[in-house]
Ligand binder design. Structure first.
Ligand code: ATP
Length: 265
């Protein structure tokens, strides 16, 4: 019987370089069952490269990955049945309608028709997606394509949902509904790996956060633990300040702001 503390995903000293760029550099982390884990870092920190290695889309140079005790490349098919993936850019079949896409997924994944129909109806209503259910995906806005992608990733009740910047492009109401969907998913024992460059989103949504910079974890813990650490460094520091400081963005921001002020005023 699974417990809440069961580790669902374990990454150990993962590294990947592209020519002379260390995109991911000795990264280690663990995600427990029933938790939302945030991979937080600025542009180019190595988030997408990490996600691609977890999905078996990129081969690591070094390190170990274990998801539900399975290996991304050796157990590719079985893992595909246990993981749901939402990419940064919607990668779904644009020549289909959402209805056709969901039917296609239900048939290749051999999902229970009645259960799936009920679940789809709830998601479509919650995300206000019914009105374009029978329109070609290619004609939908970016945010609406993203909603369809999120629903498609959840149809088979994956144990682990991997989402690469999934909320960019969504309106405020949809962000709220997606958050609710993720809460439900974790309450049922599922886990989520969530990548973002926005501290506020990570703080709002994640049980645990790993802040990464230049491919390395520079801080890891629950929001409360990170907040405490920020306070210990400087009472006036909030979580956003510590994120900017740990990812070397604070001085560059001050410099840019000063330059802008000098130019504009
Ligand atoms: P963003 O928030 O902008 O999406 P990220 O944290 O997802 O960034 P990655 O896309 O993983 O960052 O990129 C990490 C580093 O690896 C960057 O310096 C990037 O230029 C480099 N990189 C990623 N993919 C390749 C590639 N195929 N060839 C060469 N360099 C790459």
């Amino acid at each position: 019987m699974a417990t809440n503390e069961e580790v669902l995903l374990k990454v150990d000293h993962l590294s990947k370089s592209f020519e002379n760029v260390h995109a991911v550099d000795g990264l280690s982390l663990e995600i427990k069952r029933g938790k939302i884990f945030g991979l937080l870092g600025p542009n180019g920190a190595g988030k997408t490269t990490t996600v691609k290695m977890l999905l078996g889309l990129l081969e690591p140079d070094e390190g170990e990955i274990s998801i539900l005790g399975l290996h991304p490349e050796r157990d590719e098919i079985e893992l595909k049945n246990r993981i749901g993936y939402v990419s940064e850019e919607p990668l779904i079949y644009k020549s289909l309608t959402p209805k056709e896409l969901f039917n296609f997924i239900a048939s290749i994944r051999k999902l229970d028709g009645e259960k799936v129909t009920q679940k789809l109806a709830e998601y479509l209503e919650g995300l206000s997606a019914i009105e374009y259910y029978e329109r070609l995906i290619s004609t939908l806005s970016r945010g609406n394509k993203q909603k369809i992608q999120i629903i498609a990733a959840l149809m088979h009740d994956p144990a682990l949902l991997i989402m690469d910047e999934p909320l960019s492009g969504l309106d405020a109401k949809s962000v709220k509904v997606v958050k609710e969907i993720l809460e439900l998913h974790t309450q049922r024992g599922g886990s989520v790996l969530f990548s973002t460059h926005i501290m506020e989103i990570a703080e709002d949504l994640c049980d645990e956060i790993a802040i990464i910079n230049k491919g390395q974890v520079v801080a890891q813990g629950t929001v409360a633990e990170l907040r405490q650490r920020a306070n210990m460094l400087d009472e006036k520091m909030d979580l956003e300040d510590i994120f900017l400081k740990l990812t070397d963005q604070d001085e560059s921001i001050n410099h840019i702001v000063e330059k802008l002020r000098a130019t504009i005023y």
